[in-house]
Write a protein that binds this ligand. Structure first.
Ligand SMILES: NC(=O)c1ccc[n+]([C@@H]2O[C@H](COP(=O)([O-])OP(=O)(O)OC[C@H]3O[C@@H](n4cnc5c(N)ncnc54)[C@H](OP(=O)(O)O)[C@@H]3O)[C@@H](O)[C@H]2O)c1
Length: 280
């Protein structure tokens, strides 16, 4: 099938282009310089020109802390921009896969968040992504909204790369134990997104993240063990590292769908990503 990927220069966008191409689809990946999703006319023109059957919207303003002081720009991309893509897809009869986030939840539960759970974002980024979910659902009935979490992969700023760089320089690092989530490798998620694009009948919200869960502290320990880096990981808490945006304490995603799309364990994602960095 013909697939169009927005935000194709980003971490997830490039993984989706790779996965779809490997699966034999005809893929048009447009990076920000080629298509700015805040420009509704440009989006309409691009989709009319390419005529994909499905669009995967990976374009987003993803700086969670920066978002706190940039409300208008964040909403322009994550809410209005997502709506532009969904509306233009409707006009050409295409379905849309929209990517959203675990940060639509406030983190107050202690068991996995399900699709129908109450949303209550703690920050501007989460609020903008929630507004994006709603804009997409309103503009295109053939929508799959995928909430995912804690992404890492090639071609973007991510926790694994940060830890590898810091671990190479330091003997010990303090990493928070009071945020728990599902670290998800873009290579694993991308395949599931292509599967959803192939099946436009699977509408609505989908929670798709790596199996299992851990804290950032446990993730750092796993990265150093697997990479053979000798750096001690000390426990700390979020109040020791004040940041502009508050993060949910517990944002593990689960699914109440009858046949959820399941991904491998987060440890497997870390292993695969480390391996891909060696062979890249
Ligand atoms: N990273 C995570 O941990 C995480 C977790 C849950 C959900 N998500 C969601 O996953 C999706 C992919 O994120 P990612 O991790 O791949 O982030 P990313 O690497 O920052 O990719 C986002 C891409 O969108 C582009 N972009 C920004 N504004 C745009 C615009 N107006 N028009 C077109 N493109 C624009 C960015 O370009 P520039 O770099 O040039 O700005 C970047 O290439 C997003 O929807 C994000 O909200 C991410």
């Amino acid at each position: 099938m013909k697939l169009l990927v927005t935000g194709a220069g980003g971490m997830l966008g490039r993984a989706v282009v790779d996965a779809a191409t490997r699966l034999g689809h005809d893929v048009c990946g447009l990076a920000r310089g080629e298509l700015d999703i805040t420009d509704a006319d440009a989006v309409r023109q691009a989709l009319r020109g390419e005529r994909p059957q499905a669009v995967v919207n990976c374009a987003a303003y993803t700086d969670v802390d920066g978002a706190e002081s940039d409300n208008a720009s964040v909403h322009a991309v994550n809410a209005a921009g997502a709506g532009n893509v969904a509306a233009a897809a409707t006009e050409i009869g295409a379905s849309i896969v929209q990517i959203s986030t675990d940060y639509v939840f406030d983190g107050s539960k202690r068991e996995p968040w399900l699709e129908s759970d109450r949303v209550a974002p703690l920050g501007v980024y989460g609020a903008s992504k929630l507004a994006g979910e709603r804009a997409v659902a309103a503009a295109n009935s053939a929508h799959a909204i995928v909430r995912t979490a804690w992404l890492f992969g090639a071609g973007g700023r991510n926790f694994v790369d940060t830890m590898l760089a810091l671990g190479a320089e330091r003997e010990e690092l303090s990493v928070v134990t009071d945020q728990v989530g599902c670290p998800t490798w873009t290579g694993h998620l991308a395949g599931a997104l292509v599967e959803l694009a192939e099946r436009p009948s699977q509408t609505g919200i989908h929670h798709i993240a790596a199996a299992g869960s851990c804290s950032w502290n446990e993730l750092a320990i796993e990265i150093f063990e697997r990479a053979g880096i000798d750096c001690r990981v000390l426990p700390t808490t979020s109040d020791a590292f004040p940041r502009p945006a508050q993060r949910p304490a517990y944002s593990v995603l689960g699914s109440e769908r009858a046949q959820p799309l399941e991904l491998p364990a987060w440890q497997d994602g870390v292993a695969q990503y480390l391996m891909s960095r060696v062979t890249a």
